[in-house]
Write a protein that binds this ligand. Structure first.
Ligand code: PRX
Length: 652
């Protein structure tokens, strides 16, 4: 589970009630909301859904035919209307939607009225390019304002966006485009990354060599690097969008119409296109954004420091905040450019009130030193959040004390691409927190823990986290692969029980402690990467005969990727080749998937039926006492790998 390091440090008796000052003005100070929601969870979610604007009310709150859920059946709404028009119509057009900060220091201030204008023009541009209801649009951009704009423009006309993280490779982009047969690709000349330009368009061109469904490419100018524009296919955003009519009435979408696809790693090499729909998704992201962050739209400046290329950005930079009329900060770059105090400079500059980031980032800040936050006035902060991986109690305490000055509640939020919105997290004005625990399922949500055989584990106790009741923002499927949807999430424990793939335990007070993945999915710096995907990338190299990949515990990044490689006959194994192979993975998938260490081995530990025993490799990589080796076909293999691993150079 990669969690032993954390487990050793858990102190279940350490508690932090909501800070007194915070609680005074908090939206939700009573725990009664849990009971109210529990008494009638459908009614609870229906009340939250009614906070949105609907063209037509639903006739059924929930239609649950496991594993298929439909929420607010028969209801009609439009997400972009809910995120923009209704706020402007209510007189908030001049309110800032995004304080956008470019990595080089340039800024843009985008009001709700401006964003609505931009979105309508962009939506008309989409129509002109032949994109309509149900069509898929791939988006491969850095963190520029055009990214939320294109997402909302798609939502406005009923097109389905598929945002591909700008750090992904050409091959990864190509596979995602082809899987859902996108008609249009929206990209940019480049993106700023730690002071240099990363050419998105070059990567896109490489992908486009083999994407027959793409008709046009819309290119945002950001970094001014030279790019090749293919006649008839490629168009500059600035030539097409600004001249469009600024009026584009929103489509009336069915509550269950697809809003977007977002690809995520699973236990096989092929990424899964997670499907999210309209009414239920918006209801849950708006509810969780409002109550877990205690959002006050008239005075707060909310900052989710994730990338929109991941689900965190979809739900808590774009849809949740805009539905709640939040003023957000959106930052383009890395936390250490030009220096390690960039985040704190941004907090002070905009008067950020809530900050939401990943434990990996928090651990990096700790390592860089307290002097960086100390240089800036962080007194505007009133709440801190984390997401993406288990947070170790030290990092939690540091975040609370050094960044939050001991006055800000820390909300550790557990959820997944598949859940669409937060599932297990505190209500900051009502819930007493414990460092390292995500506390309890949110009102309206039900989660529990099962053992191997499908028995519910009592309190206290540990096992596998399951969600035993449908929730509004749940995934509705995997694009084009119904069987995989059933097999991955709904087959292990049967009808209606969602298997999350995470280990978890409840302490004697019933608090949930998340303990990391239990499948072949690694979590590196909060990014999900499948071992099989990295293995496939390695064996696609002509020098490689066989590869096995494991995630080993790493103090900084949560897990680090350790690769074990058997080469083909006649290949010389040396450091240059090891570097080439690690770079090859970065090129095939993304730099985030590059193995931290790579060891050549003559053989890999296998069972008699030929299955690679990754568990043993993990023990080797973590320098642990080896687990059970009785099923090994050849026990000497492990000793020889172990000796070579200990002798080999590897970071961490
Ligand atoms: O293992 C859990 C971990 O991240 C996984 C989901 O990854 P992804 O779909 O990329 O979404 C990340 C952002 C929501 C989960 O299965 N994870 C996420 N949040 C937490 C977490 N592990 C522990 N504590 C968390 N707060």
């Amino acid at each position: 589970m990669g969690s032993d390091a954390i487990e050793g440090l858990l102190d279940e008796s350490r508690t932090f009630p909501p800070p007194v000052e915070f609680k005074k003005g908090s939206l939700q100070t009573s725990a009664e909301i849990y009971d109210e929601a529990e008494a009638d969870f459908e009614g609870f979610w229906a009340r939250e859904a009614a906070e949105l604007d609907w063209y037509q009310e639903w006739d059924t709150i929930l239609d649950w035919q496991p594993p298929y859920a439909k929420w607010f059946v028969g209801g009609k709404l439009n997400v972009s209307h809910n995120c923009l028009d209704r706020h402007v119509e209510a007189g908030h057009g001049d309110q800032v939607a995004y304080h956008w900060e470019g990595e080089p220091g340039d800024t843009r201030t985008i009001t709700y009225a401006q964003l609505l204008d931009d979105v309508q023009r962009t939506a008309n541009a989409l129509k002109e390019l032949g994109v309509g209801r149900g069509d898929r649009v791939a988006v491969y951009l850095g963190m520029v304002p055009e990214l939320p704009t294109i997402m909302l423009a798609c939502a406005r006309i009923g097109a389905i966006h598929s945002v591909v993280f700008g750090g992904f490779s050409a091959a990864a982009l190509r596979d995602r485009i082809n899987d859902s047969e996108c008609k249009l690709l929206v990209t940019a000349d480049g993106a700023w990354r730690r002071g240099s330009v990363f050419s998105l368009k070059d990567n896109a061109d490489e992908a486009l060599a083999d994407t027959p469904s793409i008709e046009h490419v819309l290119v945002v100018k950001r970094t001014e690097n030279d790019v090749e524009m293919t006649d008839g296919r490629d168009l500059w955003w600035h030539d097409v969008v600004p001249g469009q009519d600024a009026d584009c009435p929103p489509e009336h979408m069915d509550s269950e119409d697809l809003l977007y696809l977002l690809y995520t790693s699973g236990t096989t090499g092929k990424p899964k296109g997670i499907m999210h729909t309209t009414g239920g998704y918006l209801t849950q992201v708006a509810f969780t954004h409002k109550y877990v962050f205690d959002l006050k739209p008239d005075s707060d400046v909310f900052w989710c420091a994730a990338d929109i290329g991941w689900v965190t950005g979809h739900s808590y930079i774009v849809y949740g905040p805009l539905a709640n009329r939040a003023t957000s900060v959106m930052y383009e770059g890395t936390p250490n450019h030009p220096a390690e105090d960039r985040f704190w400079a941004i907090v002070a500059k905009y008067g950020v009130t809530q900050l939401y980031t990943a434990p990996t980032a928090i651990r990096a800040f700790m390592k860089w030193g307290d002097e960086h936050p100390a240089k800036h006035d962080l007194s505007s902060l009133r709440l801190l959040g984390t997401v993406g991986e288990p947070i170790n109690p030290e990092a939690w305490m540091w975040y609370r004390e050094v960044i939050g000055g001991d006055r800000c509640p820390v909300v550790d939020t557990w959820w997944q691409t598949e859940t669409g919105g937060m599932m297990i997290a505190p209500l900051p004005g009502a819930t007493t927190t414990k460092p390292g625990s995500a506390t309890f399922p949110l009102p309206g949500i039900s989660a529990t823990i099962y053992d191997d055989r499908g028995n519910e584990v009592g309190v206290p106790g540990g096992g596998y986290l399951v969600l035993d009741r449908p929730w509004p923002s749940m995934l509705r499927g995997i694009w084009g692969d119904e069987q995989r949807f059933k097999d991955t999430y709904w087959s292990r424990y049967g009808e209606g029980i969602y298997f999350a793939g995470d280990g978890a335990k409840r302490d004697a007070d019933g608090y949930f402690w998340l303990l990391g993945r239990v499948d072949d999915v690694m979590n590196v710096s909060g990014h999900r990467i499948s071992t099989t995907e990295v293995e496939s990338a390695l064996v696609s190299h002509p020098a490689v005969a066989e590869a096995a990949v494991v995630g080993r515990a790493d103090a900084q990044t949560g897990q680090a990727i350790a690769a074990f490689v058997t080469t083909r006959g006649g290949v010389e194994e040396n450091e240059d080749l090891a570097k080439e192979l690690r770079d090859h993975v970065a090129k095939m998938i993304s730099p985030i998937a590059k193995p931290a260490s790579l060891l050549f081995t003559g053989d890999l530990p296998k069972t008699r039926s030929g299955k690679i025993m990754r568990r043993l490799l993990k023990d080797i990589a973590e320098d642990k006492q080896l687990g059970d080796t009785t099923t090994l076909a050849d026990a000497s293999v492990v000793d020889s790998i172990k000796n070579r691993y200990l002798d080999s150079p590897h970071d961490g």
